[in-house]
Design a protein around this ligand. Structure first.
Ligand SMILES: *Cc1c(COP(=O)(O)O)cnc(C)c1O
Length: 392
């Protein structure tokens, strides 16, 4: 096992080593965590709507535990498919205005399972270079050709589609909101290219679901493109504040996935308590539009304040606000300095993001008040000036 230490030293030498640190959700203070006994404003969470500690969700989960087992006991295709699945899937399909929906254990399982079920040898997947790792792994698993196009570069995608014209099946896959950059996919253009080239289109709404659309359906709905998408994936792990994922589409698609998606077939079904929490979270996501308004206001506020301070913040209007620093060491020091200032904002480094683009990825939650965010902006500016990332 010597090789492992040698490689780890090299990894650490490039300031790429990750360590697990304990974060405790602050009691009665959503949007904050405790670390080492200190209260920190949490600007690194994906709990966009502040639902993770919602009393109605917790109540539903408590109630489930009074009546249901701790675990589901088997895969859904064996005896693990309890009644909470169809109840949730019907609600999700209705919410998404889709024919059918299928729940997966998490977004990683959904992406890796769906992509490897849709394509195989002789097929081609066209995938944005900045797509999530679970998409990349799904493509690898599928053994299809991986045609990566430069981020949001539709000319490049077009030339790749032309190059692989003769492939058996073609699948274009994209995050709708890019997880580390916070910008949007060019969905209209993707729909046009998919039609022109006879490809399937799959979207990952992990950072769009709950946030965009009148009822939080996602960015595709907001743009009126819902019916142009063949495979619609989203998670319950982020804006929903719980855990799990869904895939929506035609009845045929869902029937196919039940037969072919290996993470669904060969893995134990989610525990009923999780499904109970998600079901209530969906009610809140659908009906409490005020959280989306608060989130939008907070995102604008922090983005504008950081831009005004001189930071190069990413484009877009999402709650994901990246401040690209460049090298790994500086990004790490920046993050430590922020923690000293009472802010949890993690440095995101390669291979999560491309080499030379280490960054602090700030993410806003509806749980944050304007005062929280304005105060944070002052502290972030102070650190930025001290470290020479911005100049006054
Ligand atoms: C987080 C994320 C996933 C994975 O979802 P989990 O439920 O956390 O496994 C998939 N895609 C994107 C774009 C994500 O950001």
């Amino acid at each position: 096992m010597d090789w492992m230490n040698i490689e780890l030293e090299a990894w650490a030498g490039e300031a790429k080593e990750r360590v697990l640190r304990e974060s405790i959700p602050a009691r009665n203070r959503t949007g904050y965590i405790e670390r080492g006994g200190r209260l920190l404003l949490n600007l690194s969470s994906n709990d966009y709507l502040g639902l993770a500690g919602h009393p109605a969700i917790l109540e539903a989960m408590r109630d489930s535990l009074l009546h249901e087992a701790a675990g589901s006991g088997a895969s859904r295709l064996v005896t693990g498919n309890g009644p909470s699945f169809s109840r949730l899937e019907e609600a999700v399909a209705q919410w998404q205005q889709s024919e059918a929906a299928l729940v997966f254990a998490n977004g990683y399982a959904a992406n890796s399972g769906v992509i490897s079920a849709l394509v195989g040898r002789g097929d081609v997947v066209f995938s944005d270079r900045l797509n999530h790792a679970s998409i990349v792994d799904g493509i690898t698993l599928s053994r299809a050709e991986h045609a990566r196009y430069r981020h949001n570069d539709m000319e490049h995608l077009h030339s790749l589609l032309t190059k692989y014209q003769g492939a058996r099946r073609k699948l274009i896959v994209t995050d709708t909101v890019f997880s580390m950059d916070g910008d949007h996919a060019l969905l209209r253009k993707l729909v046009q290219l998919k039609r022109e080239h006879g490809a399937m289109l799959m979207v990952d709404e992990a950072h769009g679901s709950g946030i965009y659309g009148a009822h939080g359906e996602g960015l595709c709905h907001k743009m009126g493109l819902k019916h142009e998408v063949d495979v619609h994936m989203g998670t319950f792990s982020k804006a929903f504040g719980v855990y799990g994922a869904y895939v929506c589409g035609s009845r045929t698609l869902i029937r196919w996935l039940v037969n072919k998606a290996r993470p669904l077939i060969y893995s134990t079904a989610l525990p009923p308590v999780v499904l109970a929490g998600v079901y209530t979270a969906l009610e809140l996501v659908r009906t409490e539009a005020i959280r989306r308004v608060q989130l939008d206001e907070g995102s604008r506020l922090l983005r504008d304040a950081l831009r005004e301070a001189g930071f190069r913040v990413g484009s877009g209007d999402s709650p994901i606000i990246p401040v690209v620093i460049g090298d790994n060491d500086t990004a790490l020091s920046f993050s430590s300095a922020l923690e000293e200032e009472g802010i949890a904002a993690v440095a995101i480094r390669p291979p999560t993001v491309p080499e030379g683009t280490a960054r602090i990825r700030f993410s806003v939650s509806a749980a944050h008040t304007a005062a929280d965010l304005l105060d944070a902006a002052v502290r972030i500016r102070r650190v930025g000036l001290r470290m020479g990332v911005i100049v006054s």
